[in-house]
Design a protein around this ligand. Structure first.
Ligand SMILES: [Zn+2]
Length: 333
């Protein structure tokens, strides 16, 4: 077998085109063990570990390679800010024994020096941390360059602290989430490359653009895929994918043939979608197909871990027919 990534003759291993962690079950066995594990470590997690995708996997209970789906609370563990006072940061953790969310205020001392030279130190503190007040004072004195106090003076300073208690019922939290398209791009490119091989056949391995895509995917440099022709579709439920906007929990992909090249569109849930140029030479593939089955379509249902393959033309016919029936039904026709 010739591996479709390194092009070496090696035994094949099972590869999921859409990562298994997002419910993909379309498999090929044309990847060698080494390429498969390289992509499994980088391209697949780019999709399945994406923050938005993990939330959906948690909702749909989609297990990854570990056999577990992301925990409902795991996603919100970390540091957040209080919506009622964004200056206050809290550590959010799950008390696994009680299966309850636990919030702990993070102390962030703030010193001000008045005109007569008195240093005022204010900070928020979690009631459970009240024994740490002397330490906080000592640390802050050091930070602003004051002499260290002896233990008795520190305890005295702690006793002189004026406490203002506040209790917030059901606090709302603000999270900062970073989202990097570089990685999502890897994941989508891998899916498009493998679909191009399945749909265009053995010849695709020798396509110029195919060589660029696989080299970029195998490269250690995360930016290697940035020069490839991929266009993110801003709204995965809007134009031109709005025909499928009803079903937000599925993935799909289709190929589209143009005079000067072939494009594959991939949508992952209703979260990420891109149009990826996979070949610049339409002509060389056209002769393999009968004319109305040139453009392919695949629908992946993560909940049943099943997929259906049809032509894009047939899929458009089914979807538009459904839309017309729905419209007629609403009008009472
Ligand atoms: Zn290989």
């Amino acid at each position: 077998m010739k591996c479709i990534f390194c092009l070496e003759d090696k035994p094949g291993t099972v590869e999921h085109v859409f990562p298994r962690a997002i419910g993909g079950n379309l498999k090929i066995n044309r990847l060698c063990k080494s390429c498969n594990s390289k992509l499994g470590a980088k391209a697949d997690p780019a999709i399945s570990d994406n923050f938005l995708v993990r939330i959906r996997r948690s909702e749909l209970n989609l297990a990854g390679n570990s056999g577990k789906s992301p925990g409902k609370y795991e996603l919100i563990e970390g540091v957040a800010r209080l919506a009622s006072n964004p200056n206050i940061r809290v550590r959010v953790s799950l008390d696994r024994r009680l299966n309850k969310i636990d919030l702990q205020v993070i102390s962030e001392p703030n010193s001000t020096i008045s005109e007569d030279g008195i240093v005022n130190l204010s900070y928020q503190i979690d009631p459970r941390d009240s024994s740490k007040i002397p330490q906080i004072i000592a640390r802050e004195r050091k930070r602003i360059g004051l002499m260290p106090l002896n233990e008795d003076d520190l305890l005295e300073a702690a006793r002189n602290t004026q406490l203002i208690e506040s209790n917030i019922e059901n606090p709302r939290l603000i999270y900062e989430i970073s989202h990097d398209f570089t990685y999502v791009r890897h994941g989508l490119l891998k899916i498009a490359y493998e679909l191009a091989f399945i749909w265009l056949g053995e010849e695709y391995i020798y396509d110029d653009l195919a060589a660029h895509i696989r080299n970029a995917l195998l490269s250690e440099d995360s930016n290697a895929t940035s020069r490839l022709p991929i266009h993110f579709i801003e709204d995965p439920c809007g134009q031109p994918l709005d025909l499928w906007s009803d079903n937000r929990n599925s993935h799909f992909a289709f190929s589209s043939f143009h005079k000067d090249g072939i494009c594959i569109v991939v949508r992952i849930f209703d979260l990420h979608a891109a149009a990826i140029w996979v070949s610049n030479s339409t002509e060389r593939y056209l002769r393999h197909f009968d004319s109305n089955k040139v453009e392919q379509f695949i629908w992946v249902d993560p909940l049943t871990r099943s997929h259906r393959v049809t032509s894009l033309q047939e899929e458009m016919r089914i979807v538009t027919e459904k839309l017309v029936r729905k419209a007629n039904f609403e009008k009472g026709l």
